[in-house]
Ligand binder design. Sequence first.
Ligand code: Q9C
Ligand code: ZN
Length: 334
Amino acid sequence: MRLFFDDRQRAHAPTQELHNGGFTTYAEMPARVDAILAALGPVETPADRGEAAILAVHSPAYVTFLKDAARLWREAGRTGDAIPYAFPIRARRPLDLTRIDALIGAHSFDATTPITPDSWAASYGSAQSALAATQAVLAGDRAAFALCRPPGHHAGADYCGGYCHLNTAAIAAQAARDAGVARVAILDIDYHHGNGTQDIFYDRGDVFYASVHADPRTDYPFFWGHADETGDGDGRGATLNLPLPHGTTIDAFRTAQTTALDAIAAFDPGLLVVSFGADTWAGDPISHFALTTPDYAVLARDIAARGWPTAIVMEGGYAVDALGHNVDSFLRGF
Ligand code: Q9C
Ligand code: ZN
């Protein structure tokens, strides 16, 4: 299987995140990619396919904001990473905002996703990795892996959150659509619900989104991923959320994933994008499921058995010492 990673993805390294009322070490750290690279061996640098595929998902104003945020933060006299503190939860609308605190609040849904001077280049590289994996699958490979980092599935068309800036799964899915694939499915098996991916495709019938995740009644991102969110307008019935309780082990997870795969099969996609998170592992420091390393090969075999060309993008997974083995187990299942 071809593996893609751009070295620019490593540089994004926020120093801390807001957690339970104080600052703690940023969980989505560059050491994650070193662990994965050590387990997987050599990877390919993706070709640079430019910004068009990013702008097919994200708004121009948001992309401009991502490029400018760190500079505006410095120009405001700040040191450290840019972090928002005020959010327009009602009547968010395009405004000609100039102060960095207004801009970053308008383009974020949480205060756990800092922006550094390296964030844009890293996120851009992450998106290029996702596009390279998609291209490999469109060209005939049955599966390809993008070591996306920063991750993507919490980012919406014009906002960041949950360690995510650009939605790599959505960019991959939209690129496949634009390459002529009529129906694309996204299977999200990160521990957290992919609220950004869901939001981007919520009212569209051409991209099916299915997610197995921790119940948002107990877990981030809280406001999205509930079972009654099933899509809207043309997308009615094209969103499937399967929340699971703390302590979930492989049997219940596999059953839920099979429910998701059956729904995707009924949709009959020409290509599958998998948002893969290893934060479902039993020892993950910020999560509460109980999958084991061999379980990932079981889940992957179930996906591969369906026969859809599959582009896999990396999402979460924060137990650095186990992360490489967990990703390796998943990819070997293909
Ligand atoms: N520190 C992904 O797995 N943090 N994102 C919640 C507060 C946000 C996880 C607890 C978790 C985001 C891609
Ligand atoms: Zn996650």
